[in-house]
Design a protein around this ligand. Structure first.
Ligand code: IPM
Ligand code: MG
Length: 351
């Protein structure tokens, strides 16, 4: 297969973890006889510095015309500590999601056999967890009207959803549930929020199209608790943008590290693959960050092209590296901590 992949390294540890994913993808391409053409493009703080825009038009053009996008991370403390900043790296990510129509973010949560005892949660609670969040990605409070009033002393952000936005996300949830264990949980806050009541009403109306799927409706606060108490209760979960952002960080604890969790952002056409973690600026340039979330996002990319064996090969070699203790410091626990680049080299060599 001939694959044109837009490569957006972004900020912080982004370039380092992306480099390892590229090594692994190139090794997969060699093994399975594919040609990958990487198309690097600027985004985030790096793009603000270069051209004053965190998602420049040239970058959008490269993404739009690629077969997929592989993305590192975005964010820089220089902006976090400056509430008055007019342009922010994160705006690039949001603009990119919106302009590419990536309305569904697929975030699987699973355990790695050799890491179960590294989780702060008890083995018997998490072993065998296999759930997927479908987080709505281009609506809600992230994109609603926001501003200041009262000479700046009052601030507001609004959460708005249309029935259509909910339907298209929910449809992906139902379809995924049909392929899995036919269980779907709609996470909302319908006891308080009007937007959540529209979510519930919309999903309820769709139930008759999928009579085999058992749907439950749960409040987000209760799910936050159940998720660490008994994650095996869940299979496919659908939720709005902000709830999904928060719950998926929480869910990463089940796997053992934020540095392990991949994701795919999908819409009508192009898909983007990105780790769920941020730019981890404290580690930038130190060659210590865990590249596995990005490597596993690349596995999801191959799956997106329906190249299942390739995806499996990546997951297998990742598991092997964990078993062999070839891990970065977040997972080393007193043992030998390998460098980011060492882990990438090991994975590519052992594929
Ligand atoms: C994520 C991140 C982003 C988000 C940030 C960097 C804007 O936390 O992908 O989960 O909130 O969506
Ligand atoms: Mg997040």
């Amino acid at each position: 297969m001939n694959l044109n992949i837009a490569l957006l390294a972004g900020d912080g540890i982004g370039p380092e973890v992306i480099d390892q994913a590229v090594k692994v993808c190139d090794a997969v391409a060699k093994k399975f006889d594919h040609q990958i053409h990487w198309k690097p493009a600027l985004t985030g703080a790096a793009a603000i510095d270069a051209v004053g825009d965190p998602y420049p038009d040239e970058t959008h053009e490269i993404c739009r015309t690629a077969d997929a996008v592989l993305f590192g991370a975005i964010g820089h403390p220089r902006f976090d500590n400056d509430p008055s900043a007019k342009v922010r790296p994160e705006q690039g990510l949001l603009k990119m999601r919106k302009k590419l129509g990536l309305f569904a973010n697929v975030r699987p949560t699973f355990t790695f056999p050799s890491l179960i005892d590294k989780s702060p949660l008890k083995r018997e609670r998490i072993e065998g967890t296999d759930l997927v969040f479908l987080r709505e990605l281009t609506g809600g409070i992230y994109f609603g009207k926001r501003g200041r009033e009262d000479n700046g002393d009052t601030a507001y952000d609004t959460c708005t959803y249309t029935r259509k936005e909910i339907q298209r996300l929910a449809r992906k949830g139902f379809e995924l549930a049909m392929k899995r264990s036919k269980k779907l949980c709609c996470v909302d806050k319908a006891n308080v929020l009007e937007s959540s009541r529209l979510w519930r009403e919309t999903v309820q109306a769709m139930e008759k199209e999928y009579p085999e799927v058992a749907v439950t409706y749960e409040f987000v606060d209760a799910v936050a608790m159940r998720l660490v108490q008994w994650p095996k209760a869940y299979d496919v979960l659908i939720t709005e943008n902000l709830f999904g952002d928060i719950l998926t960080d929480e869910a990463s604890v089940i796997s053992g590290s934020m540095g392990l969790m991949p994701s795919a952002s999908v819409g009508e056409q192009i898909a983007l693959y990105e780790p769920i973690h941020g730019s981890y600026p404290q580690a930038a340039g130190k060659d210590i960050a865990n590249p596995l979330a990005t490597v596993l996002s690349a596995a999801m990319m191959f799956e997106g092209f329906d190249l299942q064996e390739e995806a499996l090969a990546i997951r297998d070699v990742v598991n092997k590296s964990l078993d062999a203790g070839v891990v970065t410091e977040d997972l080393a626990e007193g043992g030998k901590a390998y460098k980011t680049s060492d882990v990438g080299d090991w994975l590519a060599a052992n594929l």
